[in-house]
Design a protein around this ligand. Structure first.
Ligand SMILES: [Ca+2]
Ligand SMILES: [Ca+2]
Length: 318
């Protein structure tokens, strides 16, 4: 009897089965929520630490890149002491091999942008098409087996007016019909990547043209010591790609000391657009720190007194 009473008391003290189930589920939920909360804090903390570490790495990479750019300034200053010409066997033209730094490496190279055709030379400072530059560009398009009408399309893109060049120009009426619609720049290009927006320049044409083109201030010369084979060939109808290749190869042992050396190969007006030295270079720097990579492209200008300045910088990361 007494045992029965005790059992009865015990069963009164214990909650019914269904209530125990609810309590258990509640306890599990509380623990789960607490775990989610804790892991959320830990995750946020980890993200925050990663973000800070990444920012620190980016800052560090930026300092390394600017250091490399400063080194490029010095190389170009020193180069002027070796003489007035610029060619591809000089020290500035040798790429910087990967240089180990704390946590990664730096790579870099200098390129003479005046070895390329400057698209902004297609329009004179007065805003009119430059006949000589247009002829050079048309020959370049021909030797790359591209549509020569691209010359007119680029001219209309850059020239300040909205009058369509004859017979193959393209102004706002063409671009406003695209999806999405846009307008011609009607001003100098700041980067040759703008070409992708120009009528007639598809991805394939751009890939072919890009190594031979640059977008610099109007009036720059083409340095015949650094020009690509295709640009050399575009200087005259009389310079075939084979002739240009042998000029290109010949420069390695005997760079041109004067534009007079090709006086017989090009017309006098074209000769006026050439040089054997350069003022505008591009420094390309890649800094790798851990899994972070920083690309920096700097447009460097060297004046006749040997002063070197950075005119423009662009960055990329991956
Ligand atoms: Ca030089
Ligand atoms: Ca225009």
């Amino acid at each position: 009897m007494g045992r029965n009473n005790a059992r009865h008391r015990d069963s009164r003290l214990r909650p019914p089965q269904s209530q125990r189930g609810v309590a258990l589920i509640t306890a599990i939920l509380v623990v789960a929520l607490a775990m989610i909360w804790v892991s959320s804090i830990l995750w946020t903390d980890t993200l925050q630490k990663r973000r800070v570490a990444s920012l620190l790495l980016n800052d560090q990479a930026m300092l390394y890149a600017l250091g490399a750019e400063s080194w490029a300034h010095d190389i170009l200053k020193l180069d002027l002491e070796d003489g007035p010409t610029d060619h591809l066997t000089e020290e500035w033209a040798i790429p910087l091999p990967p240089l180990p730094v704390d946590g990664g490496q730096i790579e870099g190279q200098l390129e003479d942008l005046q070895g390329r055709f400057n698209v902004n030379n297609l329009i004179t400072p007065a805003g009119l098409p430059d006949q000589i530059s247009t002829e050079i560009f048309r020959r370049l398009l021909e030797s790359l087996q591209l549509n020569v009408s691209i010359a007119e399309y680029v001219i209309d893109w850059i020239d300040p007016d909205v009058d369509v060049s004859f017979p193959d120009g393209a102004e706002d009426d063409v671009y406003s019909g695209k999806t999405p619609p846009y307008r011609a720049a009607n001003g100098p290009m700041t980067s040759i990547s703008e070409l992708r927006a120009v009528e007639g320049v598809d991805a394939e044409a751009y890939q072919l043209l890009a190594p031979h083109l640059t977008a610099l201030p109007v009036g720059t010369t083409i340095n015949i010591n650094t020009a690509t084979v295709e640009v050399l060939s575009a200087l005259s109808d009389d310079i075939s790609l084979i002739d240009a290749q042998s000029m290109f190869d010949g420069r390695i042992d005997a760079p041109f000391n004067s534009i007079d050396e090709i006086r017989n190969d090009v017309s006098t007006p074209v000769l006026g657009q050439l040089s054997v030295s350069s003022d505008l270079f591009q420094a390309s720097v890649l800094v790798t720190l851990g899994s972070n990579r920083l690309y920096m492209y700097s447009l460097l200008e060297r004046d006749s007194a040997g002063r070197v300045g950075t005119r423009l910088r662009s960055f990329g990361v991956d």
